[in-house]
Design a protein around this ligand. Structure first.
Ligand code: ADP
Ligand code: ZN
Length: 736
């Protein structure tokens, strides 16, 4: 028996060594309770067993081994290690996102420490006599309600968990009294039975794509399914999924956002039955814990639909991972560590399991597309919508010309105004897209130029008229909207620019008869609220849906024939190297919502820069992609280099600048011209903390693991200087 255990705690710290006491039996992967610091008992994971005492001090003992089996498999441990290594953080930080909070219980002292107890569930069981023909015949005649309940139970195999039972309570009681039914108990278990329903037959084009993917996956790990919106990518996924499930393998279906799971899960449940498991971070800790522990004790053959956190479930034999909308930037965790990309990490997980990956998108990321061009990924393309619906017409509307001709009203050019009027007259629906929520992004004084700013962040406050408040979109700080300029006290503040709230108001002014709904971060505050809004719009209880990015994702509305993009310039305004790629993908995604079923749709983009190449080429994926890839190559951006952003934060501005200059110098000594900065980012103060960034660009041909090792080394060296103790240093690998 080993005497020591290195244990990973859910902290930004390396593993610590604890003593394995006499008679304590632990395995690698076990969850244990340990005392760490004066006032904390943590759940940790045993990472390594050995006989080397710690270099300093005495190892504290493991207090308790939790659960009767390891929480992590070897494979999962390698997976966590890979993430920590690649994304430059600690394994403990991976643990923080990977395990549900209840499993990793924490307490002030041992007495208060309460690990998760796997639940037993109450069941209702049929007893043998219930199958007696005579008894049943009699019951059928005399007590049809009871008989019905009995049949329901029988259909379920004689045992049903009590919470799931929707049987007539009185009938059930009577059955129990008659001794035909007993109350029982069992370990709660995931019902992994799945009922095979007929999958939709693939069209010839889909069938070709399916074959291409299957052939490609025979040789390659990853296939990219590039199919325009509504081409039936989902149907192809379902056939691939069924094939894997029928072999008894696990399948993981990843979606970029939780809001998109509802519709998809419904669709999957009609095909694969109730066994489709949904997993994401908005489930309650109890629900997540239960799903995790259920899977721990279940066999393979699980089908999970989830957001990126589902990657950490204890799959036994993963056969396939589908990453839908693979281009979507919400796959990347932006804060806190690990800042991992769910799509890329999915490929790593699949490699560990020797499983296959299908990436799907109407607008593949340049990274994935380049991997197709280089032959690394298999590739299949669907160019037509299912059922032959045409792609919408894209019309670019010149805002400057509209203003000159006096044809722009409020925030709408003539083309869009006419378009909306026509749709309303025809009883068709319209979606209006504006990528800002709130009423206006800032309020300005026309006399002195004052605009209200957040006291904690270096940004203007956005006006939210319905709430009557000015809100910081970075930290949430808010204050009442002021009418008069607090600075010069002479003029009224004027709202500048416009967000979704103001668009909604303008519509009511211009088209008072139209029924309008708004879908943005302020109205879709929960999954229920989101579903309520899209449900109402789908039932045509409104004519116009105004929304932010949320409306570009996954929605399918039969009645929509016009989409207005109110400000294309906004999309291109960001200084980020991905601005154009994003704008283009967003326009294509939004366009995909129009004219889906029986009518050709129209997309009207309002812009002050109509000659911008992004509009001219927008519908031609290959052309835009090759133009952008050429630019990326020339200016050394991904996928030709890997970028690590090193973000430094502190309340102490002077020290921050000093430390960043020093780190910059250290890094330049090692990496030369591959280091950029330090520079202050566009928003250089958030929540009272100052920010400075450095950027490291590593050619893809070079060893990235070597580069990361050097980077870690130099950061550790900087940290040795105790005067920099109040500086936070965060690495963001493969920034999006
Ligand atoms: P995508 O995932 O590419 O956006 P969907 O899979 O949502 O496209 O398909 C668009 C619409 O066409 C859906 O309503 C879907 O039910 C229908 N559809 C696609 N393929 C088929 C098929 N083979 N048989 C029947 N309906 C299909
Ligand atoms: Zn703020």
């Amino acid at each position: 028996m080993s005497r020591y255990a290195d244990i990973v705690l859910p902290l930004a710290q390396p593993a610590y060594t604890f003593a394995v006491g006499e008679g304590v039996e632990v395995c690698v992967g076990d969850a244990v309770a340990v005392q760490f610091g004066k006032n904390a008992v943590y759940t940790g994971v045993v990472w390594r067993l050995h006989d080397t005492p710690p270099a300093r001090g005495e190892a504290k003992p493991i207090l308790k081994v939790l659960y009767d089996k390891p929480l992590l498999s070897e494979l999962q441990m390698r997976f966590w290690e890979w993430i920590a290594d690649y994304y430059i953080c600690s394994v403990g930080e991976v643990m923080r996102v990977a395990l549900p909070s209840i499993i990793k219980a924490k307490a002030k002292c041992e007495a208060e420490f309460e690990p998760y107890q796997p639940k037993r569930e109450a069941t209702i069981n049929l007893v043998a006599e219930a199958f007696d023909d005579e008894v049943r015949a009699k019951m059928q005649r005399r007590a049809p309600k009871r008989y019905e309940a009995l049949c329901e139970l029988e259909k379920a195999g004689g045992v049903l968990p009590r919470y799931a039972v929707e049987l007539d309570a009185a009938a059930l009681k009577a059955l129990q009294k008659a001794g035909l039914v007993e109350m029982g108990e069992r370990d709660y278990k995931l019902d992994s039975e799945w009922s095979r329903t007929l999958l939709p037959k693939l069209s010839p084009a889909q069938s070709d794509a399916y074959d291409t993917i299957q052939r490609g996956l025979a040789e390659k790990r990853v296939a990219l399914l590039h199919g325009v919106t509504s081409s039936g990518k989902t149907e192809i996924y379902t056939h691939l999924i069924e094939e894997r499930l029928s072999k008894g393998e696990d399948v993981l279906f990843l979606v970029p956002e939780i809001s998109l799971t509802t519709q998809l899960v419904e669709r999957m449940r009609t095909l694969f039955g109730e066994s489709v498991t949904v997993y994401h971070s908005k489930l309650t800790p109890q629900q997540r814990t239960r799903l995790y522990t259920d899977m721990l004790s279940s066999e393979s053959g699980n089908f999970v639909v989830g957001a990126r956190s589902a990657l950490f479930l204890p799959f036994k034999k993963l056969g396939l991972v589908v990453v839908d909308e693979e281009h979507d930037s919400s796959y990347k965790q932006s804060e806190p560590n690990p800042r991992y990309n769910g799509r890329d990490t999915a490929i790593v997980l699949a490699t560990l399991h020797d499983a296959k990956v299908v990436l799907g998108s109407a607008t593949p990321s340049l990274e994935s597309y380049a991997n197709h061009l280089s032959g690394k990924y298999a590739y299949a393309k669907l160019t037509e919508r299912y059922g032959g619906v045409e792609m919408p017409d894209i019309i670019v509307s010149d805002t400057v010309r509209n203003v000159k001709r006096n044809e722009r009203k409020l925030h709408f050019n003539k083309e869009l105004l006419d378009g909306i009027a026509e749709r309303l007259a025809n009883n068709e629906q319209v979606i209006l897209f504006q990528n800002r929520r709130g009423y206006s992004p800032y309020m300005e004084c026309p006399s002195c130029g004052f605009s209200a700013r957040c006291p904690h962040c270096n940004v203007t406050l956005s006006a939210h008229q319905q709430r009557g408040r000015m809100v910081c979109h970075y930290c949430g700080y808010n204050e009442p909207i002021q009418r008069f300029c607090p600075n010069c006290k002479t003029s009224e503040l004027k709202p500048m620019g416009f967000g979704t709230e103001r668009v909604e108001e303008a519509i009511s002014e211009l088209f008072p008869e139209a029924r309008v709904l708004r879908l943005d971060g302020d109205t879709a505050t929960s999954g229920t609220a989101y579903n309520r809004i899209i449900g109402a719009f789908a039932r045509h209880e409104a004519d116009i849906l105004v929304g932010t990015q949320i409306v570009s994702k996954g929605l399918d509305f039969a009645g929509v024939t016009l989409i207005g993009i109110l400000n294309g310039d906004n999309l291109l305004a960001s200084p980020d190297f991905r601005a154009e790629e994003r704008a283009w993908q967003l326009i294509m995604q939004v366009a995909g919502r129009a004219g889906r079923r029986n009518k050709r749709g129209e997309v009207i983009i309002q812009t002050a820069e109509p000659q911008h190449s992004v509009y001219a080429m927008v519908g031609d994926y290959e052309q835009v992609a090759s133009k952008l890839l050429a630019e990326r190559k020339q200016f050394r951006y991904p996928p030709f280099v890997r970028i690590v952003k090193i973000l430094m934060r502190s309340n102490d501005k002077e020290n921050l600048v000093k430390s960043s200059l020093q780190l910059g110098e250290q890094l330049r000594n090692r990496f030369g011209g591959r280091v950029l900065g330090p520079v202050a980012p566009l928003i250089d103060r958030v929540r009272g903390e100052y920010r400075v960034e450095l950027m490291l660009k590593i050619e893809v041909e070079a060893s990235f693991s070597r580069a990361r090792a050097i980077l870690r080394e130099e950061i550790a060296r900087l940290r040795e200087d105790k005067t920099y103790r109040n500086i936070a240093i965060i690495c963001d690998v493969d920034i999006l």
